[in-house]
Design a protein around this ligand. Structure first.
Ligand code: NAD
Length: 330
């Protein structure tokens, strides 16, 4: 199915990835885009005037029915989520996203939607494969036997399976991508739900502007991760949506860095050097995680085009603007 000329729904479009995705869908010639989020409009990261914007709670079945009506395709990105600090301390809230996924799949089927994209996560991967800092990149089959991140990861793995069975039993064409850490401007950068690139950028900038040249780092800084810039992510989402790929597939960068290296990068961009205080009791997630992109490169020719250093420059610049925009409006 093509995005061009299609009537499309973005669930969770007031959020970071959804907000950027709406731009991509319009750029690719979507006939119309409906955007739904539970947050009031003033809290949306982006609000597109050309879209049909609605505030609805998609945990409720009737809201999902309203959202799906008349749609050809659905992008299901709505989830109660955040960085490690949020996920580790709010497992029940994370698992309640199962209501959104269940009701959206049921509503999509009822509305005769042709294609349903689901945003899964690298948190579905078996924890035993992520104990070492020196990681072997995760291949799609490493999700089984199932031992995902507690709470958030279990819900994602379950909802992936639900997508599979709605396709096999009910003929709803589902596509599933496992996102690995996405970052960039116009996302959450403070308040407790932000992820590592935004949190580190903010902390480095706060240190620079306050003159207190210290930074708190969660864990020992040796944890390894990869980070995908938002533009690569939205391109990957639309490629996967339009593809014939039936099994969940990795969508992430394979440029592996330690958290210390990410801090080095942010410091270098901001032009400062900070004293590092390691908080070993803070949530830090698995020791090491990277995306094996063999499959997506083979099937779609997709690979990330934006180096971490370049994406971090854009992210820091945007967060710095936000910090001062907040001050100016006080
Ligand atoms: P986000 O928090 O910015 O966006 C999610 C949006 O869903 C939010 O705006 C939120 O208000 C909305 N939402 C939550 N509950 C809702 C409800 N009941 N009804 C309607 N809307 C609701 O997060 P994001 O980074 O844009 O992530 C989008 C999707 O990608 C999520 O499903 C997330 O689990 C997945 N994902 C993201 C990352 C990442 O690094 N950002 C990594 C892996 C997976």
């Amino acid at each position: 199915m093509k995005i061009e000329n299609a009537r499309l729904l973005v669930c969770g479009g007031g959020g970071f990835i959804g907000g950027h995705l709406v731009n991509t869908l319009f750029a690719k010639g979507a006939a119309s885009v409906r955007v739904v989020d539970i947050k009031p409009f003033e809290e949306w990261h982006q609000k597109h005037s050309a879209a049909d914007n609605r505030v609805l709670d998609l945990q409720l079945r009737e809201s999902c029915v309203e959202a799906a009506e008349g749609m050809d395709g659905v992008f299901q990105l709505a989830a109660d989520m955040g960085g490690m600090g949020f996920i580790e301390n709010n497992k029940a809230l994370c698992m309640l996203s199962v209501l959104t996924n269940t009701h959206m799949l049921m509503a999509a089927r009822k509305a005769g939607v042709q294609r349903f994209f689901y945003s899964s996560s690298a948190c579905v991967y078996n924890a035993d494969k992520q104990k070492m800092h020196e990681v072997v990149a995760l291949k799609e089959e490493d999700a089984y036997p199932g031992m995902p991140e507690d709470g958030y990861g279990w819900e994602k793995l379950f909802s992936e399976r639900m997508c599979r069975h709605f396709r096999e039993d009910f003929g709803l064409e589902t596509r599933v991508a496992r996102f690995h850490n996405v970052y960039g401007p116009l996302g959450t950068w403070n308040g407790g739900r932000e992820k590592a690139p935004a949190a580190i950028s903010r902390k480095v900038l706060e240190a620079k502007h306050s003159g207190l040249h210290e930074i708190e780092i969660w864990g020992d800084g040796h944890q390894t991760r990869s980070f995908m810039y938002i533009d690569d992510c939205t391109k990957g989402i639309t490629d996967i949506f339009e593809s014939d790929i039936l099994e969940p597939i990795n969508l992430g960068s394979s440029e592996l860095v330690t958290i210390n290296q990410l801090v080095d990068m942010a410091e270098d961009i901001a032009g400062i050097k900070l004293k590092r205080n390691y908080n070993l009791s803070a949530p830090k997630g698995v020791n090491g995680r990277n995306s094996d992109n063999t499959l997506i490169e083979k099937l779609l020719g997709w690979e990330p085009s934006i180096r971490l250093r370049d994406g971090m420059e854009k992210t820091l610049a945007w967060i710095e603007q936000q910090m001062f925009a907040g001050e100016a409006s006080r």
